[in-house]
Write a protein that binds this ligand. Structure first.
Ligand code: PMP
Length: 447
């Protein structure tokens, strides 16, 4: 439904005055107001208050896996809220959707991950994993094991623990005091992990955490044997291996979980986003059967960690329905097929355009590097990906730019429901948008 000019103007003014936007350019919001005020969505499309329709080439925040406008998820939420809107899961109280979701996750998760601690999102899931890992080592009589190792281009969220684990420096520099005992191994090198553990002393390391494919850090797919080697190193030094599947979980990369590509099972796994396709706020940490048993046997009292919304009945009911949709509509298979289609389209763009360097991706996570010189791979002094993203949005495609850590990358992660025609449209819009930027660059050079 479109709004009148007046009501849009009113919303823009109220937004500027009262709404502090997450991860947004502060001055731009104050000067220009919100880029879009979305009012509805259907499939891969979002529509704003002016009636403008755009392709949601990012599944919003890598999370709307089943696409927009799913009435069945709304109906599930309404039915659950009407029956039982909320009840606590503290003190062993329970509810059916949380129980059934935990059981379902045990069926689909890698390896012997078998028990779930629920949170409201990915950052809380990460903080929970670090605390559970450290608590585990206390119970095991090795309280010295408290350091958490992550990687230099990692993103794990914005709570204090998750920010401290995030390798991307800009996020850590935002605040000047972080949680202690976080270290960063080189992004792609298992040898660097080994050296770091050896240098610090294995008896001080609680866990290593990694995303199967890095998203916010700019679509980095690990070298083929990396995770096998990581698993071996963790086993050798008795370090817990945690995967952060917040983006890669629930079909995004063309398998149920990102780690399924590598045939490696972690000891713990963080998830969020795609578990509900964003229709409700939910995340969690799964732990292996072995760790679950050990925690149970060694525990002397209460698990003193819990969020009010851990095991929220409505969020868990929505998650169950969402997983049913993913399976019934074969969306994981579609993500694999359409991921290939997307990569092929991006390679075609690379052939036609002058500033597109490396094309990369896995399933429906993809990115293109923007370079000034294709041969030397030299980047532009001022990154160009923000201008491309802005132009694409004007032309009807939402994608995202990554400029952190001296990168200049445009990334894509459309809903898993996307079809060939919609991919074709995405590619056309992107190709045209890059050509506009190339023309601007050419005219600047002539001026
Ligand atoms: N881990 C990863 C890999 C993520 O991409 C994100 C969010 N983009 C998070 C954790 C944090 O999740 P949330 O924003 O739900 O707290």
């Amino acid at each position: 439904m479109t709004h009148t000019e007046n009501s849009i103007q009113e919303l823009r003014e109220l937004d500027k005055k009262h709404f502090i936007h997450p991860t947004s350019p502060v001055k731009q919001q104050q000067e220009q107001g919100p880029a879009f005020i979305f009012t509805e969505g259907k499939g891969v499309y979002l529509q704003d208050a002016t009636g403008k329709k755009v392709i949601d080439g990012m599944s919003s925040l890598w999370n709307v896996n089943v696409g927009h406008g799913r009435v069945e998820l709304g109906k599930t939420a309404m039915e659950q809220m009407s029956k039982l809107g909320f009840s606590s899961c503290f003190a062993t109280y329970s509810n059916e959707p949380a129980i059934r979701l935990a059981a379902k996750l045990a069926q689909i998760a890698p390896g012997d991950l078998s028990a779930t601690f629920f949170t409201s999102g990915g950052s809380e899931a990460n903080d929970t994993a670090y605390k559970l890992a450290r608590h585990y080592w206390i119970l095991k009589g090795q309280p010295g094991r408290k350091k958490i190792i992550s990687r230099t281009k990692s993103y794990h969220g914005v709570s204090m623990g998750a920010t401290s684990a995030t390798g991307l420096k800009a996020f850590r520099d935002f605040t000047n005091s972080l949680a202690p005992d976080f270290l960063y191994a080189d992004n792609f090198s298992s040898q660097s992990l080994r050296e770091l553990i050896a240098a610090e002393g294995p008896e001080t390391i609680a866990a290593f955490i990694a995303e199967p494919v890095q998203g916010a850090g700019g679509i980095h797919v690990a070298p083929e044997n990396y995770f096998k080697e990581v698993r071996e190193i963790c086993d050798e030094y008795g370090v817990l291996f945690i995967t952060d599947e917040v983006i890669t979980g629930f079909g995004r990369t063309g398998t149920y979980f990102g780690m399924d590509h590598y045939g490696v099972a972690p000891d713990m796994m963080c998830f969020a986003k795609g578990v509900t396709s964003g229709y409700a706020q939910l995340g969690g940490v799964m732990i292996s059967e072995k760790i679950h048993q050990e925690l149970t046997e060694l525990s002397t009292g209460t698990l003193l960690h819990g969020y009010t919304y851990s095991g929220h009945p409505m969020a868990c009911a929505v998650a169950l329905k969402n997983l049913e949709i993913i399976e019934q509509e074969h969306l994981i298979e579609n993500a694999e097929a359409m991921g290939q289609e997307l990569l092929n389209g991006l390679y075609r763009i690379k052939q036609e355009r002058k500033i597109v360097g490396k094309v990369k991706g896995l399933g429906l996570m993809a990115g293109i590097e923007i370079v000034k010189d294709l041969n030397t791979k030299e980047r532009f002094a001022a990154p160009m990906s923000p201008a491309i993203v802005l132009e694409a949005a004007k032309q009807g495609l939402i994608c995202r730019s990554v400029v952190l850590d001296d990168q200049d990358i445009v990334v894509f992660a459309p809903p898993l429901t996307i079809n060939k025609d919609e991919i074709k449209k995405m590619i056309e819009i992107l190709n045209h948008s890059i050509s506009v930027i190339e023309a601007d660059l050419a005219s600047e050079n002539c001026a």
